[in-house]
Design a protein around this ligand. Structure first.
Ligand SMILES: [Zn+2]
Length: 131
């Protein structure tokens, strides 16, 4: 008799300030699945063991979403935000509205620091682009 191993689901990246419940790439609540791995852990396991082997133990919906729109915050915040905004359910949409309003309040309270950070990050980007 073969024992069924629960499939690994892949964690959906969130913006660092998120208060929404963590989810898998396939849209399930993190607490609702037996096993979950980060995108980095998934990528490392594919590199180590090969796609064919990992395909037996990974949720295919998570796999597909990760390979087509794997946006980690650090590498691609625009993509993370796009997915965060477009895939939110109604409860999450209300939370995201609160988060965006809170971010706007913080920017308003610390406008000079915010502008300096944006200018600083622009300078870093210019240096990266010139190398
Ligand atoms: Zn999944």
């Amino acid at each position: 008799m073969m024992t069924e191993t629960p499939l690994n689901h892949i964690e959906r990246p969130l913006p660092p300030w998120s208060h929404c419940a963590p989810k898998t790439q396939c849209g399930r609540a993190r607490n609702d699945v037996a096993a979950i791995v980060s995108i980095a852990e998934f990528a490392a396991s594919v590199k180590r063991d090969g796609q064919q082997r990992i395909a037996y133990t990974t949720c295919m919906t998570c796999w597909s979403a990760t390979t087509s729109q794997a946006y980690e915050w650090d590498q691609e915040p625009n993509g993370t935000m796009m997915r965060y905004l477009t895939s939110a359910r109604q409860d999450d949409k209300r939370m995201i509205q609160r988060e965006l309003r809170a971010l706007a309040c913080l920017v308003d309270a610390y406008r000079d620091e915010f502008d300096a950070l944006v200018i600083g990050l622009t300078a870093v980007r210019d240096i990266e682009d010139s190398t």
